[in-house]
Design a protein around this ligand. Sequence first.
Ligand code: GSH
Length: 372
Amino acid sequence: MSEITLYGSALSLYTGKARSYLIKSGLHYRETVPTTEHFQRQVLPKMGGRQSIPTVETTTGDVIRDGTAIIDHYEAENANRFSPESPKQRILSKLFDVIGAEGLLRPAMHYRWNFPKDNHDFLSFHFAALMPRSPERQQQAEKNMDRMRTACQMFGAVPDTFELVESLYAELLEKLNLHFAEQPYLLGGKPCIGDFGMIAPLYGHLGRDPAPLALMQTQAVRLFRWVERMNRPELDIGEFEDQSGMYLQDDCVPESLINVLKQIAIDFVPETKAASACINQWLDDQTDLAPATPVERGVGLGSFEIRGVTVNALAQPYRFYLLKRVQDEYTSLDATGRRQVDDMLAACDMEEILDIKISRDIGRENNREVWL
Ligand SMILES: N[C@@H](CCC(=O)N[C@@H](CS)C(=O)NCC(=O)O)C(=O)O
């Protein structure tokens, strides 16, 4: 095989992360839906018993399921081209990866599923395109769409929280827009791992479905430009004075990014605490969770309050699989680096994220996340 095959879909949140990485890395790939006979015969059996997109088949026929694992694989081959090296930027690059994977699911799902007048026909077509060709295609798509409407509720987007979700997202749009008016990418002139994390919710759902796309294009032009930029092979930074294509010098983290993080912290921190409490309780209740048991998507509901509104949201161990990578990165810093990171995290109300942990670690085996 001379090129990489990416199994995914334009409408898939997590595919957006792997696709953007492949594009920015200049790697030759082709994208296809996971319905081909080749996929069923050669790829699916190597996915560890879980079918999800993105999944990649490498040029040597290896199969990698999971966007983070795909990026880890190519980033190692790429001499860590998109991984900044200075302390604060290292931490933020990995932290935005967690936020992109887990921290914006509520707005992503709300703006997809709770605006049927604008979105229904668009989604209906794309969900059907993901099904194997058959007379039952549309019917199967409708079933899957129903499953996703339920997932939307599980992530905490229910009528009682709509107003909260919308106001938090409007505030975030404003902060992200201000940042991308000053910088082409999160940390300056080129993307970092955190940019790939953030493109997941901000392309497939929030930057593409009709209702949220209109919102982004009208309320946050410069954020929309970043979304475009993240899906182009060139740096695509024509409107900026600095054309160097480098991360900001001297481990600089601009004020505009601190403001983005402060905004995200409003629900990210309480939700992470609630999820850890829920998962730890679940872990305590397990009497025979043998090492190498696959980790389920969610293990209960975490409950937390924001601005007087109670949110109940699925507690997903994957959040802690990614968060541990931030915490490990912090542990590997020297004392000066840690102090600088402490100050930065305190400035954006995120200092607690270094201490929120679950009581059992998660690893990867046979293309699955497993309990160690
Ligand atoms: N942790 C995985 C999550 C992938 C994922 O959940 N993908 C969705 C589509 S965006 C999917 O395939 N869902 C189907 C399922 O989980 O059954 C990753 O980051 O790649």
